[in-house]
Design a protein around this ligand. Structure first.
Ligand SMILES: [Zn+2]
Length: 228
């Protein structure tokens, strides 16, 4: 029952958009899967608390695969039908997650976090937070999310390949150079996910599996995190 109160309208748009872009332009991902099959590679995508990541790996045919992969991001020109199709995919992931203890465990940790920080919220999305009856609203939220966040200043591109660095730089420009900086960046409030009042809690969860687990979780100040 507590979960229902966490189903806020339009939660999960970042995750939905990941699906839409990943499965987006037929001239991109479909062709990519051909290259990946030939080159024994694979690709996938995931949306985490602070980022969405897309990746592929392949042996050989690197530039062809990179070219197809880049088209999958297609400038955000997705349709309402794309959104509708992927809403079902997101909802089905949500339903499957219900049988995963790890998912319930994560949700309990979120519930302990500072409610002013988005980490505290249910974030996967489903057909209750993004209902088909609000398809127009969900589509425009996804379009805005794309415009505000899929911009050069918020994205990292990493190419790993046994080619000279100059060549990799040219490939990056050729296939991703059209991304521009966001001219109107939002500056979200920086609210800590855990403050003293949210710490010092013990959560007991009964497991349906023959599994005993002890987790100790503590926040690390951002300044101490090494970024590469
Ligand atoms: Zn997903």
């Amino acid at each position: 029952m507590w979960l229902l109160t966490r189903f806020i309208l339009l939660i999960g748009v970042a995750h939905l958009l990941e699906h839409v872009l990943y499965n987006g332009d037929p001239s991109g991902p479909d062709k990519l899967s051909e290259w990946l099959q030939q080159g024994g590679g694979d690709s996938n995508a995931a949306t985490n608390d602070e980022n969405t990541e897309f990746y592929f790996y392949i042996e050989g045919n690197y530039e062809n695969a990179l070219s197809s992969w880049s088209k999958g991001f297609n400038g955000g020109s997705f349709t309402k039908e794309d959104i509708r199709r992927e809403l079902f995919a997101v909802d089905s992931e949500f339903i499957n997650a219900q049988s995963e203890e790890q998912w319930h465990y994560q949700e309990q940790i979120r519930k302990c976090a500072n409610p002013k920080n988005p980490f505290s919220r249910f974030n996967m999305g489903n057909l209750q937070t993004m209902p088909l009856s609000k398809l127009d609203q969900v589509t425009s939220a996804a379009t805005n999310f794309y415009k505000n966040n899929y911009t050069a200043d918020k994205m990292f591109l990493m190419l790993v390949c046994n080619k000279p660095l100059d060549e990799l730089g040219q490939l990056a420009k050729k296939h991703f150079g059209w991304y521009k900086n966001n001219e109107n960046p939002e500056t979200p409030d920086k609210v800590p996910s855990f403050t003293n009042e949210h710490l010092g809690k013990i959560i007991w969860l009964s497991s349906q599996k023959n599994k005993n687990l002890l987790s100790i979780i503590f926040p690390i100040p951002k300044e101490t995190i090494l970024r590469f």
